[in-house]
Ligand binder design. Sequence first.
Ligand SMILES: [Zn+2]
Length: 211
Amino acid sequence: MNRPKHLLVANVAWAHETATRNPAFFRDLMRGQNPRILWIGCSDSRVPAETITHCEPGDLFVHRNIANLFDPDDDNVASVLEYAVRVLKVGHVIVCGHYGCGGVRAALLPPDPALPHVNRRIAPLCTLAKTHRSELDGATTESGRVNRLAELNVLEQVRQLRASAIVQKADAPPLVHGWIFALDDGRIKVLTSGYTADDAMTCTTAAHSAA
Ligand SMILES: [Zn+2]
């Protein structure tokens, strides 16, 4: 069975299992969406937002791109933010990067001439790496440099989101959080939570305090 066919067969099973578990599930979905969270994550296949947070359809409004970048001049991500804030009125925006990010690693390497679109997208990351060169050079391994730049990148995207006109001019500005996912143990680390007192706490602890 080819991969797309496999997905379609799996979909039939999922729809059946979901309806069996909760007969009202699809009726509720049809009524519309009311997600409380906008998730901006990396396109990396290993970091699926709903899976790693045990979320269900309807829980997250999602935008993913290479290296979870926010650029206010990019209509793709800006339109998602605009709709999430002005129409859905989400209370939280979460930027979730991940360690071992290939997009972040590429920003530390010479541009690949075969990937002109990627090169343009990650240009701000290259600039960020130059800004923090002395700190990054202090890392003893390449993965150490990549992982620290991945953290700095999340914080930079959070900074830009908080400074964006869409967030600043919102009637009820959402809290912007910066998270990073570890591939080696599946845990999320909170880099900045939006709740100032919660900064640097673990995801579990922050979730409890936000509940
Ligand atoms: Zn990535």
